[in-house]
Ligand binder design. Sequence first.
Ligand SMILES: Cc1cc2nc3c(=O)[nH]c(=O)nc-3n(C[C@H](O)[C@H](O)[C@H](O)COP(=O)(O)OP(=O)(O)OC[C@H]3O[C@@H](n4cnc5c(N)ncnc54)[C@H](O)[C@@H]3O)c2cc1C
Length: 326
Amino acid sequence: MSQVTAPTETQYDHDIVIVGGGPAGCSAGVFTAREGLDTVIFDRGRSSIQRCAYLENYLGFPQGVDIETFYALIHDHAETAGCSIVPDIVESVDRRDDGEGFTITPQEGDPVTARRVIAATRYDGSYLHGLDSDEAMLETVDHDGEEDERFDRDYPADDGPTPVDGLYVASPAGKPDKQAILAAGRGAKVGKRVVADARIDDGWWKSVAEGVDWVRQEAELDDEWADRNSWVEWFDDYFAEDAPVDPDSDRFERVRESYVDNRFDGYLSDAEIDRRAEAGHETLADHLDPEAVVEAIDSEALLSAIDDDAIRAYRDDDQQSEMEAQ
Ligand SMILES: Cc1cc2nc3c(=O)[nH]c(=O)nc-3n(C[C@H](O)[C@H](O)[C@H](O)COP(=O)(O)OP(=O)(O)OC[C@H]3O[C@@H](n4cnc5c(N)ncnc54)[C@H](O)[C@@H]3O)c2cc1C
């Protein structure tokens, strides 16, 4: 990833604070943290996903998935991507005194500052009071007999930005995302927009900033594209025309270097793909009930997957415990 650097003039505790760690918030965080943006997710309070009895229509889980496992998986994913998750309720988000960025005040912990905030709380919008006129930003709705203040769904643009500089909304927004997978998709869209805006802060321009978050097989790199100069020429052909600066300027060169680094980082060798696949399986397995794993896998296959050292270590531990018990 290209590792955007936050602008240096103003210091913040974090680049991004995401309020809400459900499908929308975690999905946004995966995109921003993978880009190297310091991302914190605050998560506690009224939750839609916690009310779901069992998730059967989220792609990738053939028999569905229980909410506890799903929630642990999406949090693990956000953390592995680089987010910190704080189990605290955000009570308010205010403009900083210098008029830049935000101060985010949680219920229990200390306030923190951030350049950007992504609201991803399906039900709760009260913490956003005062950032814009309530009339423009919020609507009051009746929900199961309780009055809720929420964002007007039409207030943010389709990919999240709002008239308040630095404030984005992933949830609730647009047409209600009645399915978790749609909420995750919207979070991803907003996360990508935030990444593009952070790159623009860092001197990039729109056409370059809207990059893709892709990894590709190194085998696809033929001789021509394995040569960095080919990428440099391609970048000049593709992006120089709408660059707001001279192609000989330091800024142009810096952005081009980051962009080309980013493209090269995205090519994975077969060995690296295997390593990531193994780590991915281990992490998934860590979330599964061991008895279900044994049940699902042929016992011979399971035993042959346990290497001799692991069996020996297990037996030694067992003998040691027996001796200690005598
Ligand atoms: C009864 C019910 C059953 C459902 N069943 C299904 C189903 O079977 N399949 C399906 O696809 N969808 C289902 N849904 C819909 C699904 O739950 C939502 O589409 C999805 O969860 C929306 O994701 P979200 O991230 O926008 O919001 P949420 O899931 O609500 O996540 C928001 C998160 O923000 C946190 N939060 C709230 N306020 C604050 C605050 N002030 N500070 C910090 N954190 C805060 C909450 O704790 C929560 O974790 C169901 C919903 C309900 C109510």
